[in-house]
Design a binder for this molecule. Sequence first.
Ligand code: 5GP
Ligand code: SF4
Ligand code: MG
Length: 454
Amino acid sequence: MCGIFGIADHAEAADLAYLGLFALQHRGQESAGIVTSHEGGLLSHAGMGLVAEVFNRQALACLPGRTAVGHVRYSTTGASHIKNAQPLTFNCSHGPVAIAHNGNLTNALEVRGRLERQGAIFQSSTDSEAIVHLLARSSGSIEEVLVEALKTLEGSYCLLLLTPGKLIAARDPHGFRPLVLGRLNGSYVVASETTALNLVKAETVREIEPGEVVVISAGTVRSLKPFKTPEPARCVFEHVYFARPDSKVFGRNVQSVRRELGRALAREMAGVEADMVVPVPDSGVPAALGFSDVSGIPFEMALVRSHYVSRTFIRPTQELREVAAQLKLAPVPEALSGRRIVLVDDSIVRGTTSRKITRSLRDAGAKEIHMAISSPPITAPCYYGIDTPRAGELIANRRSLSEIKKYLDVDSIHYLSREAMLAAAGGTGFCSACFTGRYPTPTGDYEKASRTGG
Ligand code: 5GP
Ligand code: SF4
Ligand code: MG
């Protein structure tokens, strides 16, 4: 998954892009990059790691220019390598162009194969590079060329394109990933989530619509609608887990949607008897609050999350693995001992983390654990940018509800119904393929893999 940020015509473009990327860091922690346009050319700085590791004062000082695009990446396709860090920059008949992509194309391999047979040489292993080659091949204005390229792509994309004169934003006709337009005095800002607009003190103008292309140049905004029939399939998992709670995504505040998911969960579990509602922090907190609202069972932070366990943490030895699991989430024995708890989390993917958590709650003395999940069972992989594993690794794909209950060693387990989840998120126009296996686009590159269960 990724986060993208763009700002046009501002004296501190790179600094604001840096802040914007900080706000979007939850969308990708593997690499970060910013490209600015300056004196007819493009300047770029990107690297592996967190925004704070990739950029310092000096790096930002080397990015003058009034327009910038930035990107944070978590790899879904393509290996974790500096070559795959974005924004990608290239020179073509249209001059220098930078591109930042959030999403995942489902026909990138097919497009890539076709282009390679025609002589294109690929530099990276990302699906985003296929877009670059499509752009480089056609002539016309950059936005005309982009529109032609978009028509050959399937899957999900939110794109930012930067040329020395233009900042262009595009969202796929299904609108899988969020993208918003904002305004900061005379400057336009585009970002994956409103939290980034809020941070730089830009006001949110509107969502960029599914299938819309927005061209920002010389202080004006032009909107193109090249797709005849956009079919919204916005990712419901953005609301369930991925987006930041302070963002407004697809027109609704994420925190309030999550709280409503928890309320709906409590209604579906009416009659459950427990002494307290405990969230798995951080992602389970709003749903647990909602559960407590409706059930009247007191909310208790009986699991404490450490914010200092970094990805670079090395597990000391095999014997200390269990200890390491508790480093991130520690139970509060005094709160848990002899108590019956409703444990609320947003989702279960592999089930491995959940199992460690329930075990540590038991060890801390919990008497009963009723697991409450604020989304349905994830039974199918996501091909649109969320990094869920292959079907075979998804616990709900290979185990029945009673097997999951046994595996997690809980007294009961309940997943929210799909109907209630969609109702809380806003009703219709959502993708929920990871819960149903019904994908809103052809799955091209992945069809063979899914047929073989890979
Ligand atoms: P599991 O028990 O499946 O190992 O882990 C469940 C936890 O994973 C939940 O707390 C949920 O918030 C979190 N989760 C759900 N989707 C994702 C994801 O795409 N990436 C990561 N890192 N965590 C996820
Ligand atoms: Fe979102 Fe699931 Fe659809 Fe992927 S498959 S876009 S995670 S709803
Ligand atoms: Mg979580």
